[in-house]
Structure formats: C-alpha cells, structure tokens
Write a protein that binds this ligand. Sequence first.
Ligand code: DX5
Ligand code: ZN
Length: 219
Amino acid sequence: MLRLAPSILAADFADLRAELLRAEAGGADLIHIDVMDGQFVPNLSMGPLVVEACRRCTALPLDVHLMVVAPERFLQDFQSAGADRISVHAEAGPHLQRALDLVHELGLQAGVAINPATPLSALDAVLNDIEQVLLMSVSPGFGGQSFLHKSLQRVAELATKLRASGSNADISVDGGVGTHNAQALVGAGATILIAGSAIFQGGEATVRIRQLRSAALAG
Ligand code: DX5
Ligand code: ZN
C-alpha cells in the first residue's frame, strides 16, 4: 500500500506544529526529516532537537534522512529524540554495515539512501538488512529541485532487485515528487513518496497531500 511522507524541509518552521497537524489531517503516513551537515551535502538543516519537537507534535512515525558524513556518530542521539526509522547514505562513509547494525540495535528501522549517480549494486550486500531504500531522485541537499527523469527507471530496476533477493524493503522516492510524476512512480514500484514543496508550498498542506494521493492512485 502506498504511503506518503511529507518532508518538513519545505514547511513553515515558525508554525511547525500546525504544519504537522495539517499534513496529518490530509493523510500523511510518516513525517520525513532531512538532516544535513554542510559536509556530505552543501547545506545545513536540522538535528535531533527538531526531531524531538516533532515527536511532541505527532504520533506518526518519524523517518529521519541523514545526509551526514559518518552517520554512526549520531544514531543514538536521533533514537533518543524519537526517530522511528533512520536512513543513512550508501556514500556517507566506509561503515555502512556498522551503521545499519547500530540502527537495529537501537530498536529502529534502517534504511539506505542512495544518490542519483550511485549504481544500485551499492545496495547488494545489505538488501536483506534494511527496511527501506531511499532512492534520491535529485542530488541531495536542497528542496524544490526538479525530478531527475532517469529515476523512474531506477525505481523499476530496484523493484526487480528487491523481488529477486526476497526483500520486502520499502522503495521511498525523495526529490521533485509531485502530482505530475506520482502515478508513474507508484507504477514503477515506489511504496513511499516523500514530498516537500509539493505538500508544504503553494497551498494548504491538507489539501495538497490529498491531491498527491489522488494523483498517485489515479488510473
Ligand atoms: C533533499 C531532501 C528531500 C527534500 C525534498 O535533499 O532529501 O527530502 O525535502 O524536497 P522536494 O520534495 O521539494 O524536492
Ligand atoms: Zn530527504
């Protein structure tokens, strides 16, 4: 079943509780939180304090996307802050397995995020150790970028790969997702759509998220 994960990067931070409630009222299934360290990606965003604030505003699962070098340094902090699922980048350091094992030891669901130019084979060794692949459909670091069209083919290839390995991991697509490509992404095998600007910009989040779900399930 399709799940929608609003990315709060595009939300109004002066009104975060209300934004979360609006997203929830529109049918959000998870809340996506983008953590950027200014090193793995050329931008800074938020840390455990914001995760902890979200935890006090919603009971929805918190899906933390770490765009951080050597993410294993911070896993405990995000668990304490209330994260439910943590994704680390395949490109973020030499110890992907250690990071995933640590996420599980902390009692959380683990994901691997993968950049648009990284071959999907980078996931091969860990496919059966994860609950989610977070497929980047833009270069990570900023909201509001255009969807890279080749990502559609990557979703389909990833779906085939997961089936072949017997994995039930979610395929989450992140970056440039909106009503214009939601249906195609679901058709290709995406199980979670992450969307920032398509939900929090250009209208009321409750309405925007409903429109996104209708578009995704149309046809
Ligand atoms: C980008 C982040 C995304 C971002 C998506 O590095 O990982 O989660 O919020 O934003 P939109 O949906 O605006 O492309
Ligand atoms: Zn993200």
